[in-house]
Design a protein around this ligand. Structure first.
Ligand SMILES: NC(=O)c1ccc[n+]([C@@H]2O[C@H](COP(=O)([O-])OP(=O)(O)OC[C@H]3O[C@@H](n4cnc5c(N)ncnc54)[C@H](OP(=O)(O)O)[C@@H]3O)[C@@H](O)[C@H]2O)c1
Length: 294
């Protein structure tokens, strides 16, 4: 039987997605939003103690070590935060009969270089970098330990708060580069679906009210290359700059990135909860919310 959700522990509440989830939940639930200094998910005994004291009915884990190149340089930290800490959370959830919402990633895919149709939840993952491997291992720990879980795979997030671990999200980066440079070069051979954290948070809010546990792809509709995404950002904000499509080989990156990691929200559609809009529409909403356009 599903336990009624009254108290939620939101991990990573001041992050990009966490900020929107916090706004969404604050009126309807008693929320615990510890900062990393109050609850670091890699401090296992502290996590156990915190959960025992506050007795949440649901835990949402948005925390991750997700700077993809840094993960490649520091696999120990990557596996500690993205795998072992997740395993620990899942074990506590099993002991206390708490449901777990865990945010994963489209980067669990990428091995199939010829792929050009969206991945569904039924496709076998195949990550191509340490970040993706460590996140996938985290997913497998949850699936092995727990029954009441929602594993959510979003992609290419942009939200008003901006990512905590990076200076800015991709939209803000492109707008800044357009101010600083005469020419902006953007990869045109990596395809994804940019996803607005506010819409993602809205969908998560609906999903947690169900008992439809499992893995969910949760991205905006459609797909584009990073170049196509950038062109749309500049078009909507009326930004005049020379924007050039280039191959990903032009950028020296430590970690490999998937050429195609587009996801289909198949499981969400099956339960009638796929309310995500097209990425172009979501981008326009974001630009308005951020005050870039009227
Ligand atoms: N950003 C993307 O494009 C993208 C795409 C696909 C999937 N995802 C996934 O989506 C999730 C949310 O991404 P986001 O962009 O919202 O990330 P974010 O802005 O970096 O937020 C992550 C939050 O987790 C906290 N955190 C990190 N390590 C922690 C730890 N050891 N213990 C407790 N809290 C910790 C961070 O706090 P501090 O900064 O203070 O450490 C921050 O508040 C992540 O799981 C990521 O893997 C992201």
């Amino acid at each position: 039987m599903k336990r009624e959700i009254k108290k939620i522990l939101l991990i990573g509440a001041d992050g990009q997605l966490g900020t929107d989830l916090k706004k969404m939940f604050s009126n309807s639930y008693k929320l615990f939003c510890p900062l990393v200094k109050e609850l670091d998910i890699t401090k296992f005994d502290k996590v156990r103690e915190y959960i025992a004291q506050n007795t949440p009915d649901l835990i949402i884990n948005t925390a991750a070590f997700h700077q993809v190149d840094e993960c490649e340089k520091n696999p120990q930290k990557s596996f500690l935060v993205n795998t072992t800490a997740v395993k620990n959370l899942a074990e506590i959830c099993r002991e206390k009969d708490i449901s777990l919402v865990h945010i994963s990633t489209d980067y669990v895919f990428g091995l199939d270089k010829k792929r050009r149709i969206p991945y569904t939840e039924d496709d076998l993952p195949g990550p191509i970098n340490i970040y993706g491997i460590s996140k996938l291992a985290g997913e497998y720990c949850i699936r092995y330990i727990l029954e009441k879980y929602f594993i959510i795979r979003p992609a290419a997030l942009f939200g008003v708060a901006g990512p905590k671990g990076k200076k800015e999200n991709f939209v803000e980066l492109m707008l800044r580069l357009a101010q600083e440079k005469e020419e902006v070069k953007v990869k045109n051979d990596e395809f994804t679906t940019p996803t607005y954290t506010k819409e993602l948070a809205e969908n998560i809010t609906k999903l947690i009210k169900t008992q439809e546990y499992g893995i969910y792809h949760m991205t905006s509709q459609g797909e584009c290359s990073w170049y196509e995404f950038t062109k749309k950002i500049f078009e909507l904000t009326n930004t005049k700059v020379n924007c050039q499509p280039v191959s990903s080989d032009e950028f020296l990156m430590t970690a490999k990135r998937p050429h195609y990691s587009v996801l289909e929200n198949k499981h969400l559609k099956e339960i009638g909860l796929d309310k995500m809009s097209h990425w172009k529409e979501a981008l326009e909403k974001y630009l308005k919310e951020k005050g870039h356009i009227k």
